[in-house]
Every structure is written in structure tokens, then in C-alpha cells.
Design a protein around this ligand. Structure first.
Ligand SMILES: NC(=O)c1ccc[n+]([C@@H]2O[C@H](COP(=O)([O-])OP(=O)(O)OC[C@H]3O[C@@H](n4cnc5c(N)ncnc54)[C@H](O)[C@@H]3O)[C@@H](O)[C@H]2O)c1
Length: 438
């Protein structure tokens, strides 16, 4: 393909060099003449292992050149990659000056072009930026309509400086956010020789996915460092701990526990986070990430409470009571905390949980129920129907499979507050459905 790459910094130069090496015809664009001159001389404007050799070969092979003229670059390409910087302002907000400027330049260059042109956003931009800034700017400056004269896709970059060439050739995934098939195919064609799973999604999901990844990476670093700091104070080799920790690919390094939903609870996680934090405090080791866990969890319970109270209805049925499906363990169940908060707000509550109903009669939790939460015990119903029928609001508190069918059949005058994303068929729902964080 004929590709123009706007912004010859780390991302732009690596992308330009690698796409040229993959056989595409690439024109780099930058506002700095010295960066442009460097590329044209086969030198790298940024320090990155392997990049000088790659650029030299691409330039001498005639597959890569650079210019300061955006109009010429757009004229000679079918696809423009936007790789300009999106730095932080002092208040933490994103500075979109470069992005806006480059969209104005590409837009102006598109004014006289009849061929459909795809603008690919490689820069990291917050959700909404493409629709609120990129597309309107391109439309205003080109005089063309999005989806007719030009297309836009969001194709975040996942490379790490220092291993950028390897990351480019073998990224964890290729992500293309788009609203029109032509924009996707124009972008995907660039990646034909890249060995990575391809995810085609909406513009907004692609924008958010990049921030989710980077926030996760940052959280991993700080989490590991805090564990390391505690380990050092108690004379434990943190690397040995984390080496073994990382071998658990079932719960630790896996998709488990990574689906947005309700708060955690039970007899282990709250107690153990609390104890570790207490120990760190005793050791005078500050652990702000670990300290934030329980308050964050409490906020999720508050969020569920607000979601129910916002309905303004008074008769509420709660499906699920123990801290997760398939157990009767009520210790530190966030649903117990939610139930108590609802009662405190004058809500008339009915609760159903198959496992708790059984343990109420015979199980190990009988004593807990009778002694700790007798006021809630009397609210337990014997069937799902008894809980749902008289309720205006139905809270889905866990993923018990027996909830799916009755919740699916909720009436149009009822509101479902789903804390766990029960697998329901949205199209067939008569009730007003509200997800906790989706
Ligand atoms: N650096 C990384 O490892 C990395 C990884 C993934 C994503 N990103 C994201 O990619 C984007 C670019 O990052 P970077 O580190 O390559 O930035 P950078 O600051 O190194 O490079 C940006 C380049 O854009 C040029 N530029 C500014 N306005 C221009 C215009 N109107 N026309 C042409 N060129 C223009 C600048 O002169 C500069 O050379 C950012 O949004 C960043 O968050 C960076």
C-alpha cells in the first residue's frame, strides 16, 4: 500500500521503517526538518535498537522517504497514519494540539482528492476523541463527509521503546476500531505480514482498550513493587515470590478476576488484603496501591446501592446472597452489606439464594445466619418466583444458572439491576435492564 506516516517520533519512525520493510511504499511527515532530513539520509531520528539498519535499507531500496509537506504526502498515499504526540497537560488532561493540527492538514489535503482516503489514528487518544475531534476536524477542513470522502480507524500501537522492532513484528494483538468496513480493510491490509491475532471492533472500544492496557501495565508495576517493598522489610526474596506467583496462569496471570462486575467478598480476600496492609503499616512500608483495594471495593457496593435507590422503587428482590454462586458462605459477602444498606434506606427486601436456603436449615452457615444476621434471615424466600413476582426491582447478585430464565421473563414494569452480567438475551427482555458497570 501507499502509506503516509504523520509524526516521526518513536511510534512514527518505527511504523514507517517496519511498514517499508514489509513492502509498503511509505512517506514520513514531520514538522521538524531535521527529522525529515535524517530519514531521507537513512538515519534514525530516535534511538531504538535495529532501527538505523532498517531505515537505511528502506531508504536505499526506495520504499521510504520523508517530507515536511503534508499535502504531498496525502496526495501520494491511500492511508495516513497519525503518530503525533498526545502529551499530558499540567492538569493531567490530554493535549490534542498536535492531533488537531495534523487532522487540519490532512483534511485540507483531502479537499481536492477524489479517492477514498483512510486516516488511521495510531496516537493514544481518550475515548470520544475520534468522534469529537478527529472526524469533525477532517470534515471541516476537507469539505467531505466521514464515511463518504474519507474513513477513519483507530489502530493503537502496543510497542515498547527498547524492543520496538520486535514488538512491531510480533505484537500481542492488532486492534482496529472502525465504523465502516472500508476503513477496516484499508487498515488491516497494512498488517498482512504481521503475525498477531486481529481484533476488529468499534472506534470507542479501540480507544478505551489502549488506556485499559496501559493502566493495567502501570498497576502491575506498582503492585509488584509494593509486594517487593514489603518482602524486603521481612527478609523475603521478592523475585522468588513473584517468579512462583507468575507460574499460576489459572488465577494470577489469566483473564480470571478481570471482568467488570460487583465487589469481591468472602472469607479470604477482604481479610487477607486487610492483614497484608496492616503488616505493611507496622513495617512503615507505604503501600498506596494495596491500600486502595478495600476502599475501591466498598465503592462498588455503594455504586450498586445507588443504582437501586436511583430507581425510586421500594420493593426489591435480591437474587444471590452468599459472596458468589455455588457456595453458602456469607462471610463478608458484599450482598449482605448491600442488603443491610437497602434495609437502612427503608427498602422492602426479599432475598433468594438456593445455597443459603439449604444452609439455613442444616448447613455450616446456620449458626452465622441465626446469630449474625437474624434480621436478614427472615427475608430469605424459598423460591425465585416468590422473590421476583412482588418486586419492582430485581437485583442479580451472582451468576447462578437458575437465575437466567426467571430474570429473562421479568415484566415490563420491573427493573433489573444486574451486578454480574447474567447471560441474558437483551432483545427479548421486557424489563428495564441496568448493568452495574456496562
Ligand atoms: N513512545 C511509545 O512507546 C508509544 C507506544 C505506544 C503509543 N504511543 C503513543 O503514540 C503517540 C506518539 O508517541 P511518540 O512517543 O512517538 O511521540 P513523539 O513525541 O516521539 O513524536 C511525535 C512526533 O510528531 C511530530 N509532529 C507534531 N505535530 C506534527 C504535525 N502536525 N505533522 C507532522 N508531525 C508532527 C513531532 O515533531 C514528533 O516528531 C502518542 O500518542 C503516544 O502516547 C507511544
Amino acid at each position: 500500500m501507499n502509506v503516509s506516516v504523520f509524526g516521526l517520533g518513536y511510534v512514527g519512525t518505527v511504523s514507517a521503517g517496519c511498514f517499508a520493510a514489509d513492502g509498503h511504499q511509505v512517506i514520513g511527515v514531520d514538522v521538524h526538518p531535521d527529522k525529515v532530513a535524517a530519514i531521507n539520509e537513512g538515519r534514525s531520528p530516535v534511538v531504538e535498537p535495529g532501527l538505523p539498519e532498517l531505515l537505511r535499507s528502506a531508504v536505499s531500496g526506495g520504499r521510504l522517504r520523508a517530507t515536511t509537506d503534508p499535502a504531498a504526502a496525502v496526495r501520494d498515499s491511500e492511508v495516513s497514519l497519525v503518530c503525533v504526540g498526545t502529551p499530558s497537560r499540567r492538569n493531567g488532561s490530554l493535549d490534542l494540539t498536535h492531533l488537531e493540527r495534523v487532522c487540519e492538514q490532512i483534511g485540507a489535503a483531502l479537499r481536492d482528492r477524489s479517492a477514498y482516503h483512510v486516516v488511521v489514528i495510531r496516537s493514544t487518544v481518550l475515548p470520544g476523541t475520534t468522534h469529537q475531534v478527529v472526524i469533525p476536524t477532517l470534515e471541516r477542513c476537507s469539505g467531505k463527509r466521514y464515511g463518504e470522502g474519507f474513513g477513519v480507524s483507530v489502530n493503537p500501537e502496543f510497542l515498547r521503546e527498547g524492543s520496538a522492532l520486535k514488538d512491531f513484528q510480533k505484537p500481542p494483538l492488532t486492534l482496529v476500531g472502525h465504523n465502516h468496513a472500508a476503513d477496516a480493510s484499508g487498515t488491516i491490509a497494512l498488517y498482512q505480514s504481521i503475525d498477531a491475532p486481529l481484533f476488529s471492533t468499534s472506534v470507542r472500544v479501540a480507544e478505551m482498550m489502549k488506556y485499559t492496557s496501559n493502566a493495567w501495565h502501570a498497576l502491575k508495576v506498582c503492585f509488584a513493587n509494593e509486594i517487593g517493598n514489603v518482602c524486603k522489610e521481612v527478609g523475603i526474596d521478592s523475585h522468588e515470590v513473584m517468579d512462583i506467583f507468575c507460574r499460576d496462569e489459572k488465577l494470577n496471570l489469566s483473564s480470571y478476576y478481570l471482568k467488570p462486575g460487583f465487589a469481591f467478598g468472602g472469607s479470604c480476600l477482604p481479610k487477607d488484603v486487610r492483614a497484608l496492609q496492616y503488616r505493611a503499616r507496622e513495617l512503615d512500608v507505604d503501600t498506596p496501591v494495596l491500600r486502595a483495594i478495600l476502599p475501591s471495593n466498598a465503592l462498588q457496593i455503594q455504586r450498586a446501592l445507588d443504582a437501586v435507590l436511583e430507581t425510586g422503587r421500594k420493593r426489591v428482590g435480591m437474587l444471590g446472597f452468599s459472596f458468589k454462586a455455588h457456595t453458602d458462605d456469607l462471610r463478608e459477602s458484599p450482598l449482605v452489606i448491600l442488603a443491610e444498606a437497602l434495609l437502612g434506606k427503608g427498602i422492602s427486601l426479599r432475598i433468594y439464594d438456593k445455597n443459603v436456603s439449604v444452609s439455613r436449615l442444616v448447613g455450616a452457615n446456620k449458626d452465622y445466619i441465626e446469630r449474625q444476621i437474624p434480621h436478614l434471615s427472615s427475608l430469605l424466600c424459598d423460591s425465585i418466583a416468590e422473590t421476583i413476582e412482588p418486586s419492582d426491582v430485581v437485583i442479580v447478585g451472582n451468576q447462578a444458572p437458575e437465575f437466567v430464565e426467571p430474570v429473562q421473563r421479568c415484566r415490563s414494569d420491573q427493573i433489573i439491576v444486574d451486578l454480574v452480567r447474567l447471560p441474558l438475551s437483551g432483545a427479548a427482555l421486557a424489563a428495564d435492564y441496568r448493568g452495574l458497570c456496562w
